[in-house]
Design a protein around this ligand. Structure first.
Ligand code: NAD
Length: 248
């Protein structure tokens, strides 16, 4: 329970990987603020954490709204005294199309949520961590933040941007005891894959050295380690959670 006494926020915490991160941080002793656009699902996560004996609260947040991040941090500081851990995890895939066929609207939405949304988040979180004299930021990038892929270039571009943002924050705020790292999951079983065909799922499994796709808990475990003081000398790095996807 080394996260006892820490307050953590998790964006996109209502479902999928974010839900697993919120649950894992709470199991580790943190007070967890689940932030998401989906109030019903987010409240269910909070209920489950409380039933398991943890401390959790829901705040509605659309990560593509800069002012909403400021408001969330303001509420966290007023209600719970400060912020120690920020897991910026909310993300969307956008359209699966060749680059020249991508719509401007889809490009803007993917960049807004996945990259600008993360910038708006850290822009509000960092001052709170400076007031707290330290903190840990863990951003959910993707294996597609490290390599390219056909048919999903806005997402690939946004996730490469997330990694650049992560490294820059580490360089800027390391001396203030704020660590900033990213995780880079390969294919993980979540709602992201709801529309994928059986054939696509088999193909996806084969792209990983382990011969299977990952599960949300395998990502949450790495995020929890990076968030924890146990990772006190880790900053500015990207940690693939990829079953060997990037080894080829
Ligand atoms: P998911 O669709 O299961 O969950 C995403 C969550 O983010 C949902 O609760 C959703 O409501 C929330 N969300 C979406 N837009 C939001 C917004 N504007 N503001 C606030 N919340 C918003 O997806 P997931 O698979 O759990 O993905 C989580 C993160 O992991 C994303 O950043 C994604 O890019 C990344 N990722 C996922 C995979 C994968 O295979 N599942 C692989 C690599 C990276």
């Amino acid at each position: 329970m080394s996260l006892t006494g820490k307050t953590a926020l998790v964006t996109g915490g209502a479902r999928g990987i974010g839900r697993a991160i919120a649950t894992r941080l709470a199991a580790g002793g943190a007070r967890v603020i689940v932030c998401d656009m989906q109030t019903d699902d987010g409240s269910l996560v909070v209920d489950d954490i409380r039933k398991a004996g943890g401390d959790a609260h829901f705040l509605r947040l659309d990560v593509s709204d800069p002012d909403a991040h400021v408001s969330v941090i303001d509420q966290i500081e007023k209600r719970w005294g400060g912020l120690d851990i920020a897991c910026n995890n909310a993300g969307i895939t956008g359209e699966f199309k060749l680059t020249a066929d991508q719509t401007i609207d889809s490009w803007r939405r993917v960049i807004d949520v996945n990259l600008s949304g993360m910038f708006y988040g850290v822009r509000a979180q960092i001052p709170a961590m400076l007031r707290r004299k330290g903190g840990s930021i863990v951003n959910t990038a993707s294996a597609l933040g490290l390599v390219g892929r056909r048919d999903i270039s806005p997402y690939v571009a946004a996730k490469h941007g997330v990694i650049g943002l992560t490294k820059s924050i580490a360089l800027e705020y390391g001396v203030h005891n704020i660590r900033c790292n990213a995780v880079a999951p390969a294919v993980i079983k979540t709602d992201f894959l709801n529309t994928a065909s059986e054939e696509r799922l088999v193909e996806a499994a084969q792209q990983h050295a382990l011969g299977r796709i990952g599960n949300v808990h395998e990502v949450a475990e790495v995020v929890a380690f990076l968030a924890d003081d146990a990772a006190s000398f880790l900053t500015g790095s990207v940690y693939p959670v990829d079953g060997g996807y990037l080894a080829a």
